[in-house]
Every structure is written in structure tokens, then in C-alpha cells.
Design a protein. Sequence first.
Length: 276
Amino acid sequence: MTPGRIGPASTRPRAMAFRLGAVARAAGYELHDFDAIGSTNAGALAWADAGGQGPAWFVTADQTGGRGRRGRPWQGRPGNLAASILLTVDQPLAVAATIGFVAGLALCDAVDTVAPGDTRERVSLKWPNDALYGDAKIAGILLEARGLDGATTIVAGIGVNVVSSPEDTPYRATHLQASMPGVTAEDLFVALSDAWVGTFATWRTHGGFPGLRDRWIARASGIGAPVAVSIGGRTVRGVYETVDDDGHLVVGTADGGREVIAAGEVHFGAAATMRS
């Protein structure tokens, strides 16, 4: 079955259109480029429902109805990057969920590729799904997945503040052009599509996150600092020790114990000490 298009094809001048990098093209990735779309994740899932299996990218510089974790709206503004990758992997859902770490590392490598020399390696990763520039958020990652008969169809959505960042957020936010004036969403996507190929290949050949764990920890923000994690009706406090082979947060608690956390609302550093 050949899935149909799920939105308008790009009509931007070729110089401004999104394109895959040479590595991604050689690896057989598809590209769906939109002038504007409500949500690249929703577009990717609709394409999967029509029979598409990927690997395929869905990308725009004008996402009008993006969403983040727990259904929160993601504020997309024209000129920022919204890119979602659709994959089908022969892994159970718990392993497939660690593809979010692939997305974070690929984004770090992509920013390093397009950044001027003195601004490289400034991006760090906040567990589980944010990227920071300095101590301010520049990107968020959203995973959506469906499992069937041992295989998982998964979409990893990456939203990057390129030309602007939201101002009315409870956390600090910034955008790439604040430090890298010449960077565009189109340039960043070329680098991202290429960086994804090698990082995902390592994930696939090593059975998931273990093959990437050392790289991810080297980019991690907040290790060794106080952390507070809200899980349901309770808050776990302690020190952010590491991330284990399953991608879970490991917190050292005041009583000398360790708590392993698969998901929760996380606050690091000073924000952790202020949580009640």
C-alpha cells in the first residue's frame, strides 16, 4: 500500500525547502515537507495508519498545533523546527521508548554541526526529553508509539526553538539564533537527518539504549545535583546519580538508598530544593 499525502506539499522556493542530508538519503529515509501542519507527530501517525512504515521524516517550520508531554500544548512559531521521525522497530514497547535518547543525541550532534566553533558542545540533555542551551530549554522531544506482535511503530517528535522561544513558561527558554544568528530550521534539519542515521544504527545494533548510554550521560545536565521527581501523589528527593541501561533515572536518597524512576515530573538543582 502506498500512503497518500496527509497535507499540502511544500510550495516554498527550493532554496528554502527542507531536504534530507546525503547520509539520510543514502540510508533510504523518506521526507514529507509541509509549509504548515497542525502537528508533525499527528501527521506521521496518520501516514502510519494509511500503511506507511518508514523510516520517514515529517517536517515543517510552521507547526500550528504541536503538543508536548501529557497533552500540553507546544508553542510553535514560524521559523522554528518541528520534525518527527516514523519508524517500525522489532522491539517491545519498553525498549522502543528509549528512542527518545537517540533523538536527544542526534540533536546535540546536529547543533554542533551547524554551530560556529565557539558555540559547539553547548547543548546538554535533561532527562528524559528536553535539550538545553546553557540552562535554558531549546528543544523538547515527544514519543508516541503503538505495539503489535513484538514490533513497535514509534514516532519521535523533535521541536526546536530556532528563531524564537516562548516567554510565558515556568522555566527558562532560549532559541538557537540568540547565539547562532545564521542558523535556520532548514540547515539544522539537514544535519539532524544525517546525525540520526548513525545514532539510530548504534541503538539498533546494541539492543537499545545500552550502546548509547555513555554518550548520553556525557551530555546529561544535572548529574550530581539535587533532584525532585513528582510521581503521582508523592515526591522523590535526592541526588541525581545516573541513568541506567533501561533509560531510567537513578536517584540517591537521603537514607542511603537508591530509587529507580521510569517517568515523572523532574526538577533539578535549585528548583528541586524549592519543591514542597
